[in-house]
Design a protein around this ligand. Structure first.
Ligand SMILES: [Mg+2]
Length: 322
C-alpha cells in the first residue's frame, strides 16, 4: 500500500451516508469517491448473516482470493452465520463444499446455496403443490431435486414427443430448467411441450453465458431463452439478479433482510439481487469490477459500500483477520 494512502480501503457510496471525510487515495482510479474515516458506527453493517458470492469474491477461477478464508473464519468467530451463493445449477452443495475446502474454507453443504438449492427452497415454501418436475439440467441438479424428495424426471428420459407428434406420456407440475450440458433439440421440445401443457416454467438462473477456461459457452439463460421463445411463457427466475435466491436464504434461516449482508463482485448480478431483496450489499474489487467502474455505478447496480478486498470488508465489519 502506497504511503499516504489511508489504511481504510473501503468507502461508502450510499448517498444516505453523509459523513464523507477524506478523498480516496490517488492512483486507485476513484476520483470523486470518499473514504469514511472512521466508518460511523450506526452506518456500518452488523449483520447476523453474510452471503458471499463465490467467483470473484472467495476465489477467482482456480485461485483463492487472498484473505477470503480468514474473513470467513473471523465472521464465524464473531457469531455471524455465513452462506456461499452461486448461480451455478450444475453441482451439488457437497461438491461446492469440497471445492471450498480446496481453497482453505471449511463449509458445510448446508452453508452452500446453489441456484438449484434456492429453487428447491422456493418451491418448498411457496409452491408446495408442485411435486412432479421435468428437469432440464445437469446430473447435480437432478441429484439435488431427487434428494429433496421431488418426483423429478430428466427431460432426456421423458417418454413421448417424437417427430410424429406423439404427446408427452405424462404431465408435469413444473419444468425446472438450468444449465444442461446434454441439452438436445428433443429435450428442449419435451420441456416446451410440458410448459405448453400447463407446467410452471421455473429457471434456476438466467445467465446467458457460462465462463470456462476455453471461453464463454451457453449458460442456463440461453436454454431458458430457447424455451421462452418456443412457448411464449416467461419463467420464474430464481438466481441473481432476481431476488428469489437471496430471499430463499433469508426465509430458510428466518433472517430479516436488514440483518443480512451480501458481498459480491458483479454489479449486474449481486447488486440488483441484493437491492431487490432489500439486503445491504458490499461490492468487493477482487472480481469483475475495478474501483473506477465501482464509483460510476447507479440505480440497482449501486452497492452500499465498496471494499478493495476481504481485509477491507473485515475493517468495515469490525472483525479482525488472524
Ligand atoms: Mg461473482
Amino acid at each position: 500500500m502506497a504511503s499516504g494512502e489511508s489504511r481504510a480501503s473501503y468507502f461508502a457510496v450510499n448517498p444516505a451516508l453523509k459523513t464523507y471525510s477524506a478523498p480516496l487515495a490517488a492512483g486507485r482510479g476513484t476520483a470523486g469517491a470518499r473514504i469514511i474515516r472512521p466508518m460511523p458506527t450506526p452506518a456500518a453493517p452488523s449483520p447476523r448473516l453474510v452471503i458471499f458470492d463465490l467467483d470473484g469474491v472467495v476465489y477467482r477461477g482456480p485461485e483463492p482470493v487472498p484473505g477470503a478464508a480468514e474473513l470467513v473464519v473471523a465472521l464465524r468467530a464473531a457469531g455471524v452465520a455465513v452462506r456461499f451463493a452461486t448461480n451455478n445449477s450444475m453441482a451439488t452443495r457437497r461438491a461446492y463444499a469440497d471445492r471450498l475446502a480446496g481453497h482453505g474454507i471449511t463449509a458445510l453443504p448446508e452453508e452452500i446455496v446453489t441456484s438449484t438449492w434456492a429453487t428447491i427452497t422456493h418451491l418448498r415454501l411457496h409452491e408446495p403443490a408442485l411435486r412432479r418436475l421435468l428437469a432440464l439440467g445437469a446430473d447435480g441438479m437432478l441429484d439435488e431435486l431427487r434428494g429433496a424428495g421431488y418426483d423429478a424426471t430428466p427431460a432426456g428420459d421423458a417418454a413421448g414427443l417424437d417427430w410424429n407428434g406423439e404427446p408427452l406420456a405424462r404431465s408435469y407440475d413444473a419444468v425446472v430448467a438450468g444449465l444442461d450440458p446434454d441439452v438436445t433439440y428433443r429435450t428442449l421440445g419435451i420441456a416446451a411441450a410440458a410448459i405448453r401443457a400447463g407446467a410452471r416454467f421455473v429457471a434456476t438462473n438466467a445467465d446467458l453465458r457460462y465462463p470456462t477456461p476455453r471461453g464463454l459457452v451457453p449458460g442456463a439463460g440461453a436454454i431458458v431463452a430457447a424455451l421462452q421463445a418456443t412457448t411464449g411463457q416467461r419463467p420464474l427466475v430464481i438466481g441473481k439478479p432476481e431476488p428469489a435466491m437471496l430471499q430463499a436464504i433469508l426465509e430458510a434461516d428466518g433472517i430479516a433482510p436488514e440483518d443480512a449482508l451480501v458481498i459480491g463482485d458483479n454489479p449486474d448480478a449481486d447488486m440488483p439481487a441484493a437491492r431487490r431483496a432489500g439486503i445491504p450489499v458490499i461490492l468487493v474489487l477482487t472480481g469483475v469490477t475495478d474501483a473506477a467502474a465501482a464509483t460510476a455505478l447507479n440505480g440497482e447496480r449501486r452497492p452500499d459500500w465498496v471494499a478493495a478486498d476481504p481485509a477491507a470488508v473485515a475493517a468495515l465489519l469490525g472483525v479482525s483477520l488472524s
